[in-house]
Every structure is written in structure tokens, then in C-alpha cells.
Design a protein around this ligand. Structure first.
Ligand code: PMP
Length: 358
């Protein structure tokens, strides 16, 4: 083909739970690798799915009108400030497709979520990476200094995947105030519901003064709806209207739109999950402290922790024992594992198995 994409790798799926069961002759396998909610979704979603009566021959609402109204109401914004994607993954793609091209560059942290760079490569744009600080925060001064006249997008993943760390809102605000207004600043807040720092200010309020800010959120994490693929971006009406034409017309299914509305309506479920997640996080932190293993302070439902061993070997050892996690080698952090915080029992058992492996 005439378009050549150098250095682009297809998504490498890990072993499925069924494959792991078969390979190691296990009765149960627990996946704590992709930061899904171990408690699933709101009971309202389960009830809906048990009784759903959907005319599945018809296309879904291509503007997600009911879901749009529910999210706009929840966030107290206008419906025109929302873009719905097939997960935040698709929103990252939509933004990249709309805004990047050869000759332009985009700035992101190292380490951060891999899809920003991946989509930059697809569009033939340059991906500039700026190391995180030792504490795992985005180094916003250096990111600001990396901006030049060809910079189109800056990605700030907050809290950051894979470190789980939070860059404080006052630093984000200062960055947004200093960055050129023709650079799109994307705040990817996939884990926002898990933030435990009470001084963190809602970043959606930045949009009014700074129409070049776009905030991305998802139903895949705290809402426990990853399989349905619903994410949304909140921006100024000008920015959303520039992005909307690159969206696929029917990118959220009928059922996805319904379950997202129900998930959103049950904020008590989100609050309960956050509380249980905090307790689960403490189990991992105590384990690391006892064994003098470094970990990043997490504001998410996962933890990036040191294992003082070959991450791939530890990952394999846990998999043989029925726990699928992420090896740091796959995330650019050798010697570490990224583990999704599970239920109390799952965490206890996983940490017991980790002791066997280490
Ligand atoms: N952004 C971040 C930081 C993530 O961790 C993830 C999930 N791995 C996504 C975006 C994509 O989420 P989804 O497409 O499921 O909404």
C-alpha cells in the first residue's frame, strides 16, 4: 500500500481465562490485569439485562440522545459538550484522527497509556515523550517546554496508567493557563472515580475558560461496564463539533447506551466500590511495606509494585497459580507488576501466591 506505517504493532492480546485454565489445569482463574471492577456493575444493570426486550434488528440511536441527556445532567454541562465513543479507546482514536497528521507532534508522558502513541504513529505524527517525575507525576514544566509550533495535542493521563499516580489539580491548572490555546490538552480521567485526594478539583470546570481542554472518562472502570464499550469526552462545543464528524455513526450499541444510563444512576454503587477498593489497596500497600518493595501511591483500582525479580517470571508463576496480572515488562517498567485491586479474598489469595513465587 502507499501509506506505510513503520513500527506499528497489532494489539497483542494475553491468554484468555479459558486458555489459562486449560494450559495449567486450573478450576478457577482470576483476571486482575485490565483494571476492571471486581464487583461488576450496579444491580440495576443486572436486572435490566435479565429482563431486556430489545428490537435488535434496528440500529441504535446514533447520537446516544438518552445517554447524552443523562451524562449532561450528571455533569451539569450542555449536551453539545459531549462526544461518545466505543470506549475511551475510540475517543483517543477520534481525537488523533481529527487532529494529527505528518509534520505535527503530540506530547505525552513516559510511562503512560500506550494508545496515545499508537494513534500518533497511525497518523504519521511524531510522539514526544517526557519522563514522569520520580514520584510518578506528570512533569508538566518539561511537557510545557516540549511544546513547539507543530504541537497539536498534549495527553495527560490523570490518574496515570500504569503508575496509578495523581498529578495535583493546581499543577494541571497552571499548565493549562500557560499552554498555547491552539494545542488540545486531553485529560484522560479513566480512573477519576477512585481518586482519594480530596483537594483534587474537578477538571471539567477548566473547559469554560480554556476551550482547548478535553476531559475523557469511561464506563469501563468503576462502573464495571468494560464489555459494553462506552466512553465519553467532555469539551467545549467548538472542540466537540470538530471531533464529531470523525466518529463512526453507530458506535455505541442499544444495550450499551441503556446500561450506561443505569450505571450512572447508581452513584451509591460507585461510592461503595471506591470504599472497598481503598481497603483492597491497603492490603497491597501493607504487603509491599513489610517486604520493602517499592510501589507507586495509587489513586486508581490498580497498583504498580516492585517484585525485585524478573517480572515475566513472576507473571508466569502467578498465572500458573490462577491469577492473571500485567508484567511490568509489557508496560515499560521491568521489575514491577501492575495488579488490579480485587476483592478482599482475591487480594489475600493473590498475595499468598506471590509469596510462593518470589
Ligand atoms: N485510558 C486509560 C488511562 C485506560 O487505562 C484505559 C483502559 N485500559 C482506557 C483509556 C480505555 O478505556 P475504554 O476504552 O475501556 O473506555
Amino acid at each position: 500500500f502507499k501509506k506505510q506505517i513503520a513500527g506499528l504493532q497489532a494489539y497483542q492480546p494475553g491468554k484468555t481465562m479459558d486458555e489459562v485454565k486449560k494450559a495449567f489445569n486450573l478450576e478457577t482463574v482470576t483476571k486482575l490485569a485490565s483494571n476492571e471492577n471486581p464487583y461488576g456493575a450496579s444491580p440495576k444493570v443486572k436486572e435490566f439485562l435479565a429482563n431486556a426486550n430489545i428490537d435488535f434488528a434496528l440500529y441504535p440511536d446514533g447520537y446516544a440522545s438518552k445517554l447524552r441527556a443523562a451524562v449532561a445532567n450528571h455533569l451539569n454541562i450542555s449536551e453539545k459538550q459531549l462526544l461518545f465513543g466505543n470506549g475511551s479507546d475510540e475517543n483517543i482514536l477520534i481525537v488523533s484522527r481529527a487532529i494529527l497528521e505528518p509534520g505535527l507532534n503530540t506530547i505525552m508522558a513516559d510511562l503512560t497509556f500506550g494508545q496515545y502513541k499508537h494513534n500518533a504513529v497511525v497518523e504519521g505524527a511524531e510522539a514526544r515523550t517526557v519522563p514522569l517525575t520520580a514520584e510518578g507525576e506528570h512533569d508538566l514544566e518539561k511537557m510545557l517546554a516540549a511544546i513547539d509550533e507543530n504541537t497539536a495535542i498534549v495527553w495527560i493521563c490523570n490518574p496515570n496508567n500504569p503508575t496509578g499516580t495523581l498529578t495535583p489539580s493546581d499543577k494541571i491548572k497552571a499548565f493549562v493557563e500557560q499552554a498555547p490555546s491552539d494545542v488540545l490538552i486531553v485529560l484522560d480521567e479513566a480512573y477519576t472515580e477512585y481518586i482519594t485526594d480530596n483537594s483534587y478539583e474537578d477538571s471539567i470546570q477548566l473547559i469554560e475558560k480554556h476551550p482547548n481542554v478535553l476531559v475523557m472518562r469511561t464506563f469501563s472502570k468503576a462502573y464495571g461496564l468494560a464489555s459494553f464499550r462506552v466512553g465519553y469526552a467532555v469539551g467545549s462545543e467548538e472542540v466537540i463539533s470538530q471531533l464529531e464528524p470523525t466518529r463512526e455513526p453507530f458506535n455505541n450499541t442499544v444495550i450499551s447506551q441503556e446500561v450506561a444510563i443505569l450505571g450512572l444512576s447508581d452513584q451509591q454503587f460507585i461510592a461503595d466500590c471506591k470504599e472497598k477498593n481503598n481497603a483492597g489497596k491497603s492490603q497491597f500497600e501493607a504487603y509491599c511495606r513489610e517486604r520493602k518493595l517499592h510501589f507507586y501511591p495509587s489513586h486508581t483500582n490498580f497498583i504498580l509494585m516492585e517484585v525485585k525479580a524478573d517480572s515475566d517470571v513472576v507473571f508466569q508463576g502467578l498465572m500458573q497459580r490462577g491469577y492473571i496480572v500485567r508484567s511490568g515488562n509489557a508496560l515499560g517498567k521491568p521489575g514491577y507488576l501492575r495488579i488490579t485491586i480485587g476483592t478482599k479474598e482475591q487480594n489475600e489469595e493473590l498475595l499468598q501466591k506471590l509469596d510462593e513465587v518470589l
